[in-house]
Design a protein around this ligand. Sequence first.
Ligand code: PEP
Ligand code: MG
Length: 854
Amino acid sequence: MPDTHRQESLGRDPDVTLITPSAPIATPTHGGRAKCLQRLVRLDLPVPRTVALGFETVHAIATGGMPDIEWILGVFKPDALICVRPSSEDPDWGGPGSVLNIGMNETTHAALSERIGAEAASALYMRFVQAYAIHIARLDPDVFEDIDTTGSDGLAEALRLYEEEAEEPFPQNPARQLSEVLSSMARAWEGTTARLLRQAKGAPVDAGLGLVVQEMALGLGQGECGSGVLQLVNSETGERQITGRYLSQSQGREALQRGQASLYLESDPRGPSLQELAPEAFEALKAHAAFMRERLRAEMQIEFTIENGQVHILDGVRVKRTPRAALRIAVRLAEDGIITRQEAVMRVEPRGLSELLHRQVDPEAERDMIGRGVAASPGAATGRIVFSSSEAQASAARGEPCILVRRETSPEDVRGMHAAVGVLTERGGMTSHAAVIGRGLGLPCVVGAARMQFRQKDRVLVAEDGRRFAEGDTITVDGTAGQVLAGAPRMVEAALDDAFQTFMSWADAERDIGVRANADTPADAATARNFAAQGIGLCRTEHMFFEADRITPMREMIFADSAEDRQTALARLLPMQRADFTELFRIMEGMPVCIRLFDPPLHEFLPSDRAGLRDLAEALDLPVSDVTRRVESMGEYNPMLGMRGVRLGIAVPEIYDMQARAIFEATLVASREGAPVVPEIMLPLVSACREVELVRTRIDAVAAAVRNESGRDFDYSLGVMVETPRACLRADEIAQHAHFLSFGTNDLTQMTYGLSRDDAGRFMSDYVQQGVFAEDPFHRLDSEGVGELVAIGVERGRQGNGGIMLSICGEHGGDPDSIAFCRDAGMDYVSCSPFRVPVARLAAAQLAIRDKIG
Ligand code: PEP
Ligand code: MG
């Protein structure tokens, strides 16, 4: 029996301690497993005696030190078998595998043979010799894994092989066995591979390892003996469901590995169960698990052993869970009064939400299938084909959804995957790079589409039936079905269940900053509504002009020689724009809709190839040479800094006049049918206050004309997109002419760094890898440089106009860290792409809660 007078912790070394209710154990010093075991001990659950070794001790062991092994062994019964398990600070960081049955030798073998029978005792000893040989003595695994006899013969063979390979007999002394196990596990943690692996999961460079040494409850012997794993919820969905397995005469997690031989826990039509075999033990386990859930305030997976009918709890770890399950678990714990709603909101990682949010191909839609592969990450996405990560980044910067098509992906592609809406690869399976990263990002992904041809060099994707798809062609990746489809089939929105709605309503109750969506099309707007965006923060109108029926009048307008001709072309565009806006207003039902007037350089709408030039010449009834000359003359050396945005509004004011009229007329139509609409009109690329004054005068005049013609009144507000450094610096005077300012941090980042949005992808990985930038500044707002300009803009904007509304509409509006910056800066809302709206709502709620609870 253990010496009851012995001190709980090793006198000279308080880092090594018996786990008792009051022992000095903390997760940052002894790891999560040790801390959890202490909680179980405090709950008076049947946990075998356990000693915890802290990080310092384990680090010392790795460098040649050793705690008092005799003291540790003295804590347990003299002939007890013990096991050692890792206890890292965060269970996700992993650690060396557990080693069971330490203390097994000739003497214990003989004693155990009496107790549990010779066969079982030999099997146990043999298993220990094998594990020790492979993992501790690091002998050739093939030699030990291939032993084909069992019982005493198998044991004799294992011992013989050990002696042959290690050139010494199998160590009999439990103290030697334990110290070898401890140093092997400690050294494994400090090895380079283990370090890199855990750092990839977010562990700090100096993450420590604790170890727990526990007396074994055997799981072998007379009466009902065995081991298993139990949890009260389904890890995929978070639904209530007792899951796990039990295996008689087994140890550790064997029950999970032995398939058919293992029992279900609860009675199950698929096969025999522990509930039928040992109902009392099953009830006891269930009660322990429910008690742990309530008192540890989390869903736990418990590892248990049954020894002659008696239940022992060896370990408890947080149930592994998908983001979908994490959300449901948090909601249920709060509904059961175990945690508060605020805690529930804090328990789901905002970025993980995206997995719940994906749209799928409508089951009723026609499918033009061009390839098949592994359904590696759920959801479906439509975009234009790109063949490289840098093109994916450039495409995202232009606001064009793209599908990244690669033979396979590697870490260099991660940035491109971030930028793409879907990924398709030729090679790989469920656990290949693209699949793992795709799931992590919640990005629809099909891998291993080996029957398609990926001609990366020619920039062509050849379908299974031989059709060719070039870069820029539109395809759809259905990561749920593992299919690649031509074109853009109809989609249905993500299935957002009750738990999701409840959870998000709790988040919204805490949130103190608005969240809108950037939405250009009715489909975007519908998604935005579905995700409870509080309006549209940015509608980029230029996309509306690329459609087939609009591009020709658009080109005619661009080519018009006189104001009159231009008016004629614009008159054709007006009803189309009016219809666009009316539909957006209808979908948004009176919520604010912020429409940005035309932004890109005009020549983007002109053809660049010969065939296009000829078509245009025909439409305009001009010689091709004339058209070519005109197109060339409109080219700019640096179009992103050229005649675009509000500059067009000054130089060719009829375009903005037409758009303003379309907005006002749509306002009247939509307001007549439903809730009154108060449109917000936004001017892009402003750098001087006079620009705003001039355009505002004209827009006010259009409003007056529409009021006159219709005999009806309406309100609207006019704002400025702050996306040039000068607009930030002059926000004071600009704000005096505006109702709102919205920070366009995409262009602002581009101009602050002097870094092209479309070209940065080429060297961004080098820059981030070499630590020039901590993060891609187009993903996470650069709080030091660009952020300082934003802060100046906010402060001066408020000085110029105390009542001004402030927001962000660059891509950063959906990034949790950037949202923190905007909230600190005192903005009224953030606006981001529709699928990021729930992520932004949750991130903002968590910021508010953190402030409240301090
Ligand atoms: C921006 O520049 O931040 C912005 C939102 O506008 P766009 O991306 O259309 O240039
Ligand atoms: Mg911009």
